[in-house]
Design a protein around this ligand. Sequence first.
Ligand code: AMP
Length: 217
Amino acid sequence: MRIVLLGAPGAGKGTLARDLVELFSVPHISTGDMFREAVASGSELGKQVQHILSSGALVPDEIVNRLVRDRISKPDCKDGFILDGYPRTVQQASALDEMLKNMGHKLDAVLYLKVSEDVVVKRLTNRRVCPKCGKIYNLLSMPPKKDEICDDCGTKLVQRDDDKEDVVRNRFRVYTETTAPLINYYKERGILVEIDAEADHRNTVQKAVEALKKVIA
Ligand code: AMP
């Protein structure tokens, strides 16, 4: 099963991916997570992309394409993967088509999680993450039991730099201008499945699973 999760930052792609990984047993590939890990480790790549990430702009296509090509060539991706946050430009989408063609594969579906800017701003500015174990909270909809402390490991939660309101609005603008054209790109190819992601998360998961069962049947 080779699928892409498409949608604005804050649409819930990462959360949905974690549910789908358990159900379908294919790896979750998040380019955002890969870049954040590179920054945290202080690697050459991390140094190159650090400022780009904290401004909410996009990392150049060649860098992202190379990272994804290497990752999907790994043995754990032989039966498929869930791409989250990639592709984000039409150039990346056609690079992905080319990579898959060379490997004798194609995408099965693109799940498009639809949300408005207001919902995105509310969700992301209230998001907090545990810097130690990676658990994600939302101060409004999924708060920790104790004030801004991780339930699982007791570490003080932090806000990602790019979840501050001005950066969130910039990320949404970048999404609208550069990534939203992919909705039509995949609609034209007949593989787009649109899901209302403003409703309850369980509903999003259910819709996604129904759609995937049809495409992989
Ligand atoms: P995310 O967690 O998916 O919102 O990604 C965080 C940041 O990583 C983005 O704001 C970009 O700076 C960078 N990034 C992640 N994926 C891509 C991509 N496919 N193309 C360009 N930049 C990306």
